[in-house]
Design a protein around this ligand. Structure first.
Ligand SMILES: Nc1nc2c(c(=O)[nH]1)N[C@H]1C(S)=C(S)[C@@H](COP(=O)(O)O)O[C@H]1N2
Ligand SMILES: [Mo]
Length: 526
């Protein structure tokens, strides 16, 4: 009885260790093959479209832009859980356990090939399964000897001299298990998934010779940035720009073969190549992009200088039929967004963009081309790796997030955020008893008219605003407060847009539109 449960327990450990060796080996092979074929990535990518909306929403709420890392860690942990079950089976039926182990191990290869990843994508799973199976057999063998040696010792009686230094099999088992676990975990950390997920957003070097813009972005006015330490910069560095998408590994697209097809309810269907696009008169615009999943006070918002061709002019060439009211943009990875046709044909700077902050788009942000539309949330407008514009009707087609509970139209709502003081900060009043609060406010394409700040539910005070760059970009605000007693205080902020819309205090989660409510923050005065 004792020996049986001990054998089960050693076998469970064996299963977990074999799984770690599986993932580690596969990750390293994937890294040297340099294809997005790591099992954790293949499984993750297959799971994302199947995941219920609440789960995705809470993952983004909890992990923000680390949602992908969280998913991969969950998959490896889940794999280790399966390993434990396989180990449990192995205590009874070794060959069955081996078959299950190898079958599970090859699953990512099957998923990869069936989603078009190519045969090279099977390498990591094959190698991982072989190494995992080998580790499994060796450890199970050692577990067997460990079991026997302890059983023998027990049978030999308590007063035997050799009892204490015995159990060599057991020591070998745990030594090897610990060593293999360490190797497996280190390999996972050094592997392809980690490399793909941790790589900086600006990380990929791409060869696109960008033309000079036919229309340059406006000069940044002197007063567009306020001098407050800790305040978010007006223009977001590309490497700091938030990244949200459903692609665990961004598609790798050759700009030389990239094409955009414009079709659907149009008189003149056409395709455009990158060379043709770069030959057109391109425009540069600052546009602030926001994600519908941004929580009140969140950081899924950024402002960049985009270079691209007006989508309006592409559509003019296609000549949409009357009755069409939407453009369904599609990307290389299958994502789609539904954008109102009228937004893409009015005078705003809706761009088919090829560059961000003066450089070709990084892979994570849509290389070689993406859409950027001022005034709409990213999920209904900002398609990265865009390859397809279908002119259609909201009544006929649904986009990726619409089928998962988000609204068909995703206009940006007037919003504001506190950056200074930091959460829970203790601040020492400056000259006299002055305390400074500061932050950002946005209402893309409408523009921010006012920002108001309130301390401890007192009266709203008018904040100072940075000079507006364009109505499509966010603005900084700053406010001075005097006469605050020492102790804890709460600051709240609200913005008012140029159309007179006041940011609502009503708390609403990010589904089905954008989150609403006021950002508040506590701080302590010394
Ligand atoms: N192909 C593709 N494009 C996409 C998405 C996506 O999942 N796939 N996500 C959209 C969403 S929800 C947002 S908020 C923006 C974010 O753009 P960024 O990652 O460059 O900041 O991209 C949009 N474009
Ligand atoms: Mo988004």
């Amino acid at each position: 009885m004792m020996a049986g449960s001990r054998r089960t327990w050693l076998s469970v450990v064996t299963g977990v260790v074999a799984t770690l060796i599986y993932f580690g080996t596969a990750e390293l092979i994937a890294r040297s093959l340099d294809v997005a074929s790591a099992p954790a990535l293949l499984i993750g990518q297959a799971l994302i479209p199947l995941m219920p909306t609440v789960l995705i929403k809470s993952a983004i709420a909890v992990f923000g832009t680390h949602d992908k890392l969280a998913l991969v860690i969950t998959i490896v942990a889940g794999g280790a859980g399966c390993g434990a079950i396989i180990g449990w089976i192995g205590a009874r039926r070794r060959s069955l356990a081996l078959v299950v182990l190898i079958g599970f191990g090859l699953l990512p290869a099957v998923v990869g090939v069936s989603s078009g990843a190519g045969l090279a994508a099977t390498g990591p799973s094959l190698g991982g399964a072989a190494a995992g199976a080998a580790a499994f057999l060796v450890l199970l063998h050692l577990a067997g000897t460990a079991d026997h040696s302890s059983a023998d010792t027990a049978a030999a009686g308590d007063d035997q001299q050799n009892r204490t230094p015995a159990r060599p099999g057991r020591r070998a088992f745990f030594g090897l298990a610990a060593g293999l676990s360490a190797v497996g975990i280190a390999a996972v950390a050094a592997g392809q998934s980690a490399a793909t997920l941790v790589r900086s957003a600006a990380g990929t070097v791409t060869k696109l010779v960008l033309p000079r813009p036919a229309t340059s972005a406006p000069e940044i006015p002197a007063g567009a940035e306020l001098d407050v330490s800790g305040l978010t910069p007006l223009v977001t560095e590309t490497s700091d720009f938030y990244r949200i998408d459903t692609a665990l590994f961004p598609p790798s697209i050759d700009a030389g073969t990239w094409m955009l097809r414009v079709h659907g309810m149009v008189e003149n269907e056409f395709t455009i190549t990158m060379a043709e696009l770069l030959d057109l008169p391109l425009q540069e615009h600052y546009v602030t992009l926001t994600c519908v999943s941004n929580e009140v006070g969140g950081d899924l918002v950024g402002n960049a200088k985009w270079l691209g061709y007006p989508i309006r002019d592409l559509l003019a060439r296609a000549k949409p039929h009357t009755g069409a009211d939407m453009v369904l943009s599609g990307s290389d990875d299958g994502f789609t967004a539904s954008t109102p046709l009228e937004v893409l044909t009015d005078d705003r700077a809706a761009l088919l963009a090829v560059a961000m902050n003066g450089h070709a788009l990084p892979r994570d942000h849509g290389y070689p081309a993406r859409l950027v539309v001022p005034g709409l949330c990213g999920y209904v407008s900002a398609t990265k790796w865009v390859t397809d514009l279908e002119v259609t009707r909201f009544a006929d087609r649904e986009a990726y997030w619409t089928t998962r509970g988000w609204s068909t139209h995703g206009p940006v709502l007037v919003a504001s955020r506190i950056d200074v003081p930091r959460p829970g900060a203790t601040v020492a009043p400056k000259s006299g008893d002055r305390i400074v609060t500061a932050g950002m406010a946005w209402a893309q394409h409408t523009g921010i008219a006012k920002v108001q700040v309130r301390i401890d539910n007192g009266d709203w005070a008018e904040a100072e605003l940075s000079e507006e760059l364009t109505a499509d970009t966010w603005r900084q605000w700053r406010c001075e407060h005097t006469g605050l007693s020492s102790g804890t205080h709460t600051v709240a902020v609200r913005a008012i847009d140029q159309a007179g819309n006041v940011q609502t205090s009503e708390r609403r989660p990010p589904i089905p539109g954008a989150a609403t409510g006021l950002h508040e923050r506590q701080f302590t005065v010394e």
